[in-house]
Design a protein around this ligand. Structure first.
Ligand code: 5AD
Ligand code: FES
Length: 346
């Protein structure tokens, strides 16, 4: 077991069976987390990059079986924040020192391409990096947003198990999602993907495939979170994913993609009150504090128990800064472009 970790640390290569072996066994978890922490330090340093997350709309036309935003969920009060207000949230985020705004929403056509282009341009005038996380769009839409100045795009593959993917995503198409990711790469975005850990029927082998997929895609960023059952979804009676398993998938991702940006995710902290700190000490180098104001936070309910729903952006900013300093790390002052991306486009 330890030999496999040494191999991963040295070569950044593991076979499918080796990954699933490490995921299944729990005798060397701490060694795995420590190795991922060393590789993080060596390759992306001790700085933590903060991304201000603005959840600007919870309207969604999709039907992902795990997600509280799914179109069928009638227990959710839906909102679309107007562009001026979104811009104000971004301005405030800039005021807290954030250098990146992540614009996230459900998948919908409420905002026209023109509206989003104008919003991106306005936010770019604040000298911030812009990350989009708005789902599957056409090549031309991705192109328009890139031309408007968007820098990065997050689109998790969620699971690479095709059979499971189609069960969990009625009316969605696995190939199209992969296609979107390659389109984003071709257009010059810094591309982020990721997966859910602990989905019903998901196996260790399938998680190993997810990690190998991140490597094959040559992802610049990878976000990994445990599945948390939402009572307003068809998966309400399923078991939640395990925090430790999600942490292991993340640590192995760090070992195999040494210079990628990897967030300590909100879902991890939902399952463990110290989740983001543990993640930062097991391979992660990014945190995405919530910068959505007011009532909207509560309504962006992907899963229950989401942290910070009664807090303000000011509180989250202070809290996360303090946590990072408390473990002897630094908050980055620059844009925090993925080192992997910088090498990839050279
Ligand atoms: N539990 C954990 N994560 C979830 N997401 C959606 N629903 C859930 C859930 N029930 C994640 C998806 C999506 C991201 C924005 O939130 O992975 O990509
Ligand atoms: Fe919209 Fe899941 S239902 S992203």
């Amino acid at each position: 077991m330890q030999k496999l970790i040494n191999k991963a640390e040295k070569t950044h290569i593991l076979e499918r069976e080796e990954i699933s072996f490490l995921l299944r066994d729990s005798s060397v978890n701490d060694e795995l987390f420590n190795a991922a922490d060393r590789i993080r330090e060596e390759n992306v340093g001790r700085e933590v990059h903060l991304r201000a997350l603005i959840e600007f709309s919870n309207v969604c036309k999709q039907h992902c079986k795990y997600c509280g935003l799914r179109a069928e969920n009638k227990n959710l009060d839906r909102y679309n924040i107007d562009e001026e207000t979104i811009f104000k949230f971004a301005e405030k985020a800039a005021g807290y020192g954030y250098k990146t705004v992540v614009l996230q929403s459900g998948e919908s056509n409420f905002y026209s391409e023109k509206q989003l282009v104008s919003l991106i341009k306005k936010i770019k005038s604040l000298n911030m990096a812009v990350t989009l996380s708005i789902g599957e769009k056409t090549f031309d839409e991705y192109k328009a947003y890139k031309s408007a100045g968007a820098d990065r795009y997050l689109l998790r593959i969620e699971t690479t198990d095709k059979n499971l993917y189609s069960k969990l995503h009625p009316d969605m198409n696995f190939e199209n999602r992969i296609n979107c990711l390659y389109n984003l790469k071709d257009l010059g975005y810094e591309v982020g993907t990721g997966c859910l850990v602990g989905l019903p029927e998901q196996t260790f082998e399938s998680l190993a495939d997810d990690i190998l997929f991140f490597k094959k895609l040559d992802a610049d960023m990878v976000g990994i979170g445990p599945f948390i059952p939402n009572p307003d979804t068809p998966l309400k009676d399923e078991k939640a994913g395990s925090f430790i398993l999600a942490l292991k998938v993340m640590a192995l991702t760090r070992l195999l993609l040494p210079d990628a940006n990897i967030p300590a995710t909100t879902a991890m902290e939902t399952l463990d009150p110290n989740g983001r700190i543990l993640a930062l000490q097991s391979g992660a180098n990014v945190v995405m504090p919530n910068a959505t104001e007011g009532e909207y936070r509560k309504k962006y309910e992907l899963y229950p128990g989401k942290i910070c729903i009664n807090d303000t952006p000011a509180k989250c900013s202070m809290c996360i800064n303090a946590k990072i300093l408390s473990i002897g790390r630094e908050v980055s002052k620059d844009y925090g472009k993925s080192k992997h991306f910088i090498k990839r486009i050279k």
